[in-house]
Design a protein around this ligand. Structure first.
Ligand code: G4P
Length: 287
């Protein structure tokens, strides 16, 4: 689903998340492990304020494991707790409850000291479109389909999904907008499929993908497209890819539209193997 975000939609999305924050103990901020910084909502810190947060790097199966480790270390160094997961397969999900308990230990200890009866931790998933929010909710719900029913005092029929005995999850995620201003962020969102029917030019996206592969994963680029030595001229590189993969016009010339589309499709669909498009140093450099 591609959502067009207008100021009104953004205000509404923000309001909805802010309302739900009152119901929960912890936010699960879902991002794409391939672009952990670019797949964040730009105002997330301002929106969730001091509410405890667990960062979930989803689609870890599609990301470069060594770079995911760098991200996890980076978050830890910033005092943030993060976990790599694969909502599709259900990998890493058991850590969610234990990490939440750890983050909320003080709060729950205080409640206990005041004589408040122990209860499950209440959480909500928040993230930009296509990071896997529904997939994760379904995954968690499937294991324990029982819902706890409506909460008293909540106007809308807000459903809670029981995840084991110790965690309850709001059944609707908070959907927030992606970053728009930065063109490179837009290209990364398009390349990972976060923006599907993109308004960005397919040639720009494929060019970005090729340049990225050339720099970060040249061996995979060479292997996939039968390239012995990567030429300096990008047109030549496109020519070699198009020729090798038979992306040709009826006159046997390289069809650049087809070639661009092929490259983007293959990067998106894991044909190039697990890829990560940004590392913490990029963010630190920007800062
Ligand atoms: P959203 O609610 O945040 O908008 O995202 P959603 O769950 O709809 O997931 C977006 C796409 O990402 C889906 O693929 C989903 O299957 C895929 N996905 C979610 N989590 C993971 C993961 O951990 N690993 C991988 N590899 N993929 C994941 P789709 O092609 O849009 O739909 P479908 O093919 O699943 O029908």
């Amino acid at each position: 689903m591609t959502i067009q975000w207008f100021p009104g939609h953004m205000a509404k999305a923000r309001r909805e998340v802010t309302e739900k924050l009152k119901l929960i103990d912890i936010v699960f901020e879902l991002v794409d492990a391939r672009i952990p910084a670019s797949s964040r909502n730009p105002m997330i810190d301002e929106i969730i304020q001091h509410k405890p947060r667990l960062i979930l790097l989803n689609k870890a199966d599609m990301a470069d494991a060594a770079k995911t480790k760098q991200w996890l270390d980076y978050y830890a160094s910033q005092g943030n707790k993060a976990i790599a997961i694969n909502a599709h397969e259900g990998t890493g999900l058991t850590k969610i409850t234990s990490a939440s308990k750890e983050l909320l230990k003080e709060k729950f200890d205080r409640m206990k000291a005041k004589g408040i009866k122990p209860r499950a931790i209440r959480a909500m998933i928040v993230g930009i479109p296509n990071v896997g929010k529904s997939t994760l909710i379904n995954r968690l719900a499937k294991k324990n389909i029982a819902k706890t029913g409506n909460m008293p005092g909540v106007t809308k029929a807000q459903q809670w999904i029981k995840v084991g005995k110790e965690l309850e999850l709001l059944d609707t995620p908070g959907i927030l907008w992606p970053k728009f201003e930065d063109q490179e962020v837009g290209l990364k969102l398009a390349l990972t499929g976060a923006i599907k029917d993109t308004l960005l030019n397919l040639h720009d996206i494929s060019l970005y993908a090729i340049r990225f592969l050339e720099k970060q994963y040249p061996d995979r680029l060479q292997k996939r497209y039968g390239i012995n030595e990567i030429p300096e001229e990008i047109v030549e590189l496109f020519d070699q890819i198009g020729t090798f993969r038979g992306c040709l016009t009826s006159g046997a010339m390289v069809d650049y539209d087809k070639t661009a589309e092929l490259v983007v499709r293959e990067v998106r669909s894991e044909k190039m193997g697990p890829l990560t498009f940004e590392v913490p140093q990029d963010i630190q450099a920007e800062e």
